[in-house]
Design a protein around this ligand. Structure first.
Ligand SMILES: [Zn+2]
Length: 102
């Protein structure tokens, strides 16, 4: 995964690079992806996933592989599928977040 530059803006103000997300199961399907500040341990939630979101993410990864092999019309077609997939992943993540953090 790409390295993210983060700042502990809710707590100590420490600046650091996030090398990897941690994840923890909240129940039989929902997983919380987060990282913590190495200085004070404050937790920052990145996103939540459930079985459905993880399925869509897997589809997206497959799509990216496919997109490397094609071009022109095919590529544009896949690009459309990509944005639809990303949109539904985003929507589902938002739904789960609202449900969990309510
Ligand atoms: Zn901190």
């Amino acid at each position: 995964m790409e390295v993210i530059y983060a700042k502990c803006n809710k707590s100590c103000g420490y600046k650091f690079y996030v090398q990897s997300f941690k994840n923890v199961r909240l129940n039989h399907t929902i997983e919380k992806n987060y990282f913590t500040c190495p200085n004070c341990g404050r937790e920052y939630v990145c996103f939540y996933t459930d079985d459905n979101v993880r399925k869509l993410q897997a589809e997206l990864r497959k799509l990216y592989l496919e997109m490397r092999r094609v071009n022109g019309f095919q590529y544009r077609k896949l690009k459309k599928i990509e944005s639809a997939l990303k949109q539904s992943i985003f929507n589902s993540m938002t739904d789960i977040k609202n449900m969990v953090e309510r």
